[in-house]
Design a protein around this ligand. Sequence first.
Ligand code: CP
Length: 368
Amino acid sequence: MLEAPVAEPEQRTTSQRIAALNRHDKPFHVVLAQQFDRDQIEHLCRLSEMIRAICGDRQGAQFLTTLLSHRRAMLYFIQPSTRTFLSFTAACQILGMPYNEVRNPQTSSEVKGETEEDTIQVLSNYFDLIIMRHPVEGFAERMALKLNQMRRALPIINGGSGKDQHPTQALLDIYTLYRCFTTRQNGERGVPRMREDIFAGKTIAFVGDLKRGRTVRSLVYLLCRYPGVRMQFIAPPELQIESDIIEYVDRYDVEYEFVDDLRHAIGDCDAVYMTRLQDEWDKAGESSRIDYGRYSLTEDMAPLFKPGLAIMHPLPRRHELDSRLDNLPQAKYWDQVRNGMWMRSALIADIFNVDTAIMDHYHSYYAY
Ligand code: CP
């Protein structure tokens, strides 16, 4: 019997798309930031903290490497990456999960005419998880739906899809914000809870190429889950955030404004999320005409910073983030890099249901 055709993602509502990607009310494939609700985000942030603590000694690190030694991961990264690729490989190593990689399709049978769809289906026979970075929006989602129809369904994690989404970056970003803005309550033991009002009254500014920055899009989706958060979108008019994101922000009643110059806004910010010009998407060098100076954070602005400001950047950076700021306590972008390894470990552990074993181990040996 012929399989029913898979509807293209664009024809589905967001709820239908999430339903096709989730299993048992939690993400199975990780493709869209909208798959994560507040409880899931808190669970992953606290699990990241536990993995970080457990990894701090040999006995704990050895325990973690037993958890997924019977599973295998494939990293199919056909777009350049340093952080996402290496933090996922480190996460696999932390959990004892052997992995393999395809980074250059010129070394695969795609040069003989095999389609990428067929390649992914082949990979699905050898591995238990596919982590994917791809230049085409929707490709990871399309493959997830395709694998859902196969006998041996396995999860796909989107490690960056075109200009569209980068959900695991958003998770590590929100984990970084959780670490910046969470204080232990009186009598609270172990890893602190992530309060629902963690971002209430906080102003988070997104700066730079917001039109083509997939990390910003995914992080906005997550932050909309938190009541009272305020957003500023600080970008050249031609690179302002797309209307679909603004419609989403409106749906969640988030207070926001558009700003044209970072210097005017920086003094009000609790977090500033810098991004580089994404000129790899230019068709004819059009963004070379843009004056990016007004969307750059420079050392002379430091006196304007709030003491608790979190300066963030998904990296790589160019001159929009002055390296003379690197040693300020407000600079959190190197923390983001390391947090990505813990968060990606937590995510894989959660997908494969070894999160409870980690929590039990943490509460037995590390909680105080
Ligand atoms: N932040 C980020 O996605 O970096 P890479 O492109 O190096 O993976």
